[in-house]
Design a protein around this ligand. Structure first.
Ligand SMILES: [Zn+2]
Ligand SMILES: [Zn+2]
Length: 113
C-alpha cells in the first residue's frame, strides 16, 4: 500500500475491489475496466457498457472465451443474479493463461453445477 490521495472518482476508470476474489483492481489508464484481470469476473453494473446504470450489481462470471482476429480475446460474462450475458474485450493485463484455458469449452464443465 503506497499512499494515494485519490479519493475522488471522477472518471469511470477507477480502481475497485473484485467481488469474487478480493483483488484490488488498479485503474487501466486508457479505458474503463469492467472486470478483474485475475479471475476475469465482472459486476453487473452497466446497462450499456460503461454507463454504470444497472442496479443489479450481481457478480458476472466468465462463461465462455472466444478469440477475434481484430479484437483479441472476447470474454462472455453471465450475471449470477439475473442471468444477463454480455461480451467484453479482454484487457492487456488480463491473465492470458486463464484466457487461453477458457477458450476450451470444457474448462467450464467443472464449474457448472
Ligand atoms: Zn477477481
Ligand atoms: Zn444482473
Amino acid at each position: 500500500m503506497s499512499g494515494s490521495a485519490n479519493t475522488l472518482f471522477e472518471k469511470k476508470d477507477a480502481s475497485f475491489i473484485c467481488a469474487n476474489c478480493g483483488y484490488t483492481v488498479p485503474p487501466l489508464g486508457y479505458s474503463s475496466r469492467n472486470h478483474c484481470p485475475r479471475c476475469l469476473c465482472s459486476l453487473h453494473a452497466d446497462i450499456q457498457p460503461g454507463d454504470r446504470a444497472s442496479d443489479c450489481q450481481g457478480l458476472m462470471r466468465p462463461v465462455a472465451v472466444t478469440t477475434d482476429a481484430k479484437r483479441g480475446f472476447i470474454i462472455t460474462h453471465r450475471c449470477v443474479k439475473c442471468g444477463h450475458t454480455r461480451n467484453n474485450r479482454a484487457q492487456k493485463d488480463d491473465d492470458t493463461d486463464l484466457l487461453i484455458r477458457m477458450t476450451n469449452p470444457h474448462y467450464f464443465d467443472d464449474a457448472k453445477t
